[in-house]
Design a protein around this ligand. Structure first.
Ligand SMILES: [Zn+2]
Ligand SMILES: [Zn+2]
Length: 363
């Protein structure tokens, strides 16, 4: 049984916009939904049609090669399928094995190469990556930073359409289809490939009058100040992704993403130990080590006095519970680990020397 034309199934014209396709699909799906007593077979067909037409790449392929082409769309299909339908060349009727096709043409790339260019990649907004430097304290508690970036933003004047007052007309060159067919003569005969219409960049519409602010581009360079919330506990070198905050896509195409690489400055006092704990090295004098006492140290939460037990050895680690980093989303903070160093005096007064010697004689 021949497959029905997807456009016909949805009751739309070939050059229909994405919005029109979506709208038609919604209406049809509602009408034929089996739960509402609709025709199950028809419902299935409609869904299949939308699966192809609702996806720019699959749709392009379908437009070019018919039902056979639609199977190439996401590259998910395998094995023999229908012959080529209304495509630029005709293998109709045959149960064609596509794996052989690769051999004949020396790889799909050549035959279907047009498809790659077809998806209007140039229109997608660029991703941007930039670095933000923060201090250790800012890492520990999280911080909000403002950055200034010069980037292509959507033109607010024309809402990105490039048209004065948003007024557009059907593109003359492609008659609103967004694509133009290029016929090439090859050793295998004439092969038609579709490519993006250069006049309307695949939109099928052109501006009646170009927007004066962006000269018809739909986007323009701006310096934008962006507020970024950096979560507590971020790692040095970690990247944050702000979806859609990169450069604007042209005329409705997807916006790029903004990637922020976070650089955490090293601190003269604090070091990080894993995700939550922090470490410091603190020196005590030898008498405190032997007899015990106290030590004043800087913690993330201000100065604290720590008890040093008698007989503390060099390298001993004292733990301040809950004085470490509390990463965003964590319930408990980590600990502050204090590595004890013992300072041995290099110069002694004569009194001190006498007392140390007395001590030696005692032992
Ligand atoms: Zn055009
Ligand atoms: Zn504009």
């Amino acid at each position: 049984m021949a497959k029905k034309d997807y456009y016909e199934l949805l009751g739309i014209k070939k050059g229909a916009s994405e919005a029109e396709i979506k709208k038609a699909y919604r209406q049809m799906a509602q009408k034929y939904h089996p739960d509402k007593g609709g025709d199950g077979e028809k419902f299935k067909e409609i869904n299949e049609a939308y699966e192809t037409l609702g996806d720019a790449q699959k749709r392009a392929s379908y437009d070019q090669f018919g039902h056979a082409g639609s199977n190439f769309g996401g590259g998910r299909s395998s094995g023999p399928t229908h012959g080529f339908g209304q495509g630029g060349f005709d293998f109709s009727g045959a149960n064609f094995d596509f794996s052989n096709l690769g051999d004949i043409f020396g790889g799909f790339g050549d035959v279907f190469g047009g498809r790659q260019e077809y998806t209007s990649r140039a229109q997608v907004g660029n991703d941007i990556e930039t670095e933000i430097e923060i201090t250790f304290q800012e890492m520990a508690f999280g911080v909000e930073k403002k950055i200034r970036l010069e980037k292509l933003n959507k033109c607010k004047e024309c809402d990105g359409t490039g048209a004065e007052d948003g007024k557009t007309v059907n593109c003359v060159r492609c008659d609103g289809r967004g694509r133009i067919e290029v016929v090439q003569n090859t050793i295998l005969g004439r092969i038609a490939t579709a490519s993006v219409c250069p006049d309307c960049s695949g939109l099928g519409k052109t501006a009646k009058h170009s927007c004066l602010k962006c000269h018809g581009a739909g986007r323009k360079k701006e310096v934008e100040e962006i507020k970024v919330k950096i979560p507590a506990g971020i790692e040095d070198g970690q990247r944050l992704r702000l979806r859609g905050r990169g450069e604007a896509g042209a005329k409705g195409a997807v916006d790029g993403d903004l990637y922020l690489r976070i650089r955490v400055h090293s601190d003269p006092h604090f070091r990080r130990d894993g995700k939550k704990d922090i470490r410091t090295s603190n020196s005590i004098d030898i008498v405190t080590a032997v007899l015990g006492g106290t030590l004043d140290i800087a913690t993330l939460n201000g100065n604290k006095t720590v008890k040093i037990p008698a007989g503390t050895q060099p390298g001993k680690i004292l733990v301040l519970k809950g004085e470490g980093v509390k990463p965003e989303g964590a319930v408990f903070a980590g600990d502050h680990l204090i590595e004890i160093e013992i300072h041995v005096p290099e110069k002694l007064s004569s009194d001190e020397k006498r007392l140390w010697e007395e001590l030696r004689n005692l032992r």
